[in-house]
Design a protein around this ligand. Sequence first.
Ligand SMILES: *[C@@H]1O[C@H](CO)[C@@H](O)[C@H](O)[C@H]1NC(C)=O
Length: 379
Amino acid sequence: MYTMAYCTILVLLAIVSTVTGTDSSESTDQSSVTANPDTVTNIRQKFTWDPNGYIFFCLCMGRFGNQADHFLGSLAFAKRINRTLVLPPFRTYRNVMFTEWFKQEVVAQYHRVILAEDFMKHLAPKHWPVGHRIGFCWLPQNSDAKCVMKEGNPFGPFWDGLKVDFDDYIIYHLSYYETERWNEEYPGDKYPVIAMRGAPAGFPISPADRQLQRYLVFSDKIENDANSYISKNFPDQKFVGIHLRNGADWVNACKGTEGMRSMMASTQCLDGTGQRLTHKICFPPEQEVLRLVKNVIVQTRAKVIFVATDQNPMTSKIEEHLKKWKVKVYHLDPWLPLDDLAILIKSDHFIGNCVSSFTAYVKRVRDLEGKPTSFWGFS
Ligand SMILES: *[C@@H]1O[C@H](CO)[C@@H](O)[C@H](O)[C@H]1NC(C)=O
């Protein structure tokens, strides 16, 4: 399952990309990895075709937390059907290569993966040539809708960025748990690449897939950004990280949540409790934020709070409320939400929003690291 590297020292670095096979069609290229910030240049990688085929899709849904849920579920699906996962670029205003944000070699510990850019450059020309590219869409059994792969944003720019057009379409009704039927109906020799309109996973993430978070590890760049923010602003200090999801879209999302069994990421706090969702859990009022933040500050004796929010950081309200404890509140407001995530993950105590998949990302990593998390309106 490993890449063949020419130099043993580099084998580990090169494990990342590919698959074995006896096919003689592999291509070897030095320049291929130079665009990849997480690998050393001048490694020669060999890209070998996987006869079991590939799974390729756009993470075209929602904000980052939502996309991360979809990614982990899709990683599990790729493993179940035993196809190599093509690591899709993320979408911002451009396609962001997977390795700008995450370590490919860590995902590769779980399952065979290849960067979309490497796949297009080294394998697609021969094995998935122009003229033979089929788009797969899930549609309900009796729908007469068409399979449209590239209509709208981010679908169009995603595939355009990889220079992919589709020549034919297949509509499927299989669920992502009908593993055997996938392989019977779409065997790798006949359908080498299953390129899907959406990620082959549900939202929110299935609890069984949460542990796959361990294979999604931030790139050195994201880690370094978080570390340098912390060492510049509150070095070596205990801090409490909080997530305030309070933008206008969230006001709407939380309408009617009182008494619901679950919504979005809410199983992360409600599962196994027999409790139902409340509006306060979804959209905690200011008094609730101040109450819980004070409890946690008293408990941890931290003097620093780091706030991540989509709208209102409540900076001066929180500082005023905690005047007696001389707490200072920091708010980065980064362009990239991952910078907030990386800092929140490092906090000594984290308070998040149970319904939010952004919070859920932080909680999953912290659970793996044995770090505590509380929830507004719940803890
Ligand atoms: C999964 O795919 C790999 C690579 O094509 C192959 O070597 C392996 O035998 C497959 N495993 C199963 C259980 O089919």
